[in-house]
Design a protein around this ligand. Structure first.
Ligand code: MN9
Length: 288
């Protein structure tokens, strides 16, 4: 399986009582496949991984894999601060038929990079699947760079990196040092900027609601029509600018609910959307 193109980082739909809405997981999976997405990234930051029970993470993954039925690759985010829990999630992902595992570095305790490399080795040994390192320094506090990724690669076989950072210089250094590594862009608002660096695709939250805009950018770029690509990124960014004011995930859930897939709130302590925010989002509906 290839990891490329437009890959939604799935939101995890909830009911109003904060339990997981598995019917909506199924509905969203099917809607996005119909829209032509190239894979799924399950229970990452967008999927509220660290606000879910281990069993819920497992069941959401099982639901997506079952509903996808091999039509597109499924990447299971199994990252956790505790390596053994990540390993348990990784082994489960392999058992139920995910196509790759991905993990944020262990956070909070300021682990050494030797410990971080060991963590990835433990995960890969448990899964026996392609491994995609998830670099998201703004949330994890750990930066995976062209200088230190080699340490992870020395202890396990890295398929790729989900690079969620605005540092395009760093991304191009990774590309130069590792021409065969699969690079997946993480911030949707700079998708157009990452394309010329030589990425294979992108994993992002806003592809839950506007994957078509990003296919237009991708196709425009590939066809050499940079004006069309730039114009569409501008339109997408007007929407992202508003979503950022709604913590992105909550806003996306609201918009999905409005378009027929009930997704509920985000788990506490994420706050419910205020009327002011839902008014902003109602205007976004017309721009989708
Ligand atoms: O998975 C997402 N990153 C985070 C990728 O949640 C940290 C992005 O899709 C952002 O939500 C999006 C808005 O900043 O680019």
């Amino acid at each position: 399986m290839k990891f490329e193109g437009i890959i939604p980082a799935l939101i995890t739909p909830l009911n109003d009582d904060y339990s997981v809405n598995y019917d909506s997981v199924r509905a969203l999976t099917n809607r996005l496949i119909d829209k032509g997405v190239n894979g799924f990234y399950v229970c990452g930051s967008t999927g509220e991984s660290f606000l879910l029970e281990k069993e819920e993470r497992m069941k959401v993954l099982e639901t997506v894999v079952e509903e996808t039925a091999g039509r597109v690759p499924v990447i299971a985010h199994v990252g956790d601060i505790w390596a053994d829990r990540a390993a348990e999630l990784a082994a489960h992902a392999a058992k139920v038929g995910a196509n790759a595992v991905s993990a944020v570095p262990p956070f909070y305790f300021k682990f050494t990079f030797d410990e971080i490399a060991e963590y990835y080795k433990i995960i890969q040994n448990a899964a026996g699947l392609p491994l995609i390192v998830y670099n998201v320094p703004v949330l994890s506090g750990v930066s995976v760079t062209s200088d230190n990724i080699g340490q992870i690669m020395a202890s396990c076989d890295v398929e790729g990196i989900k690079f969620t950072s605005n540092d395009m210089f760093e991304l191009s250094k990774i590309r130069a040092a590792y021409p065969d590594l699969c690079l997946l862009n993480g911030f949707d608002e700079i998708f157009i900027n990452a394309l010329p660096v030589g990425i294979q695709g992108a994993i992002g939250s806003t592809y839950n609601i506007m994957s078509d805009k990003f296919f237009t950018i991708l196709n425009g770029f590939n066809a050499g029509d940079l004006d069309a690509a730039r114009e569409m990124q501008k339109k997408a960014n007007e929407i992202i600018n508003i979503l950022i004011k709604t913590d992105v995930k909550s806003g996306i859930k609201y918009l999905l609910t409005k378009t027929g897939i009930p997704c509920g709130p985000c788990r506490r302590p994420f706050a419910a959307l205020t009327k002011e925010k839902t008014d902003m989002l109602d205007k976004v509906l017309e721009l989708l």
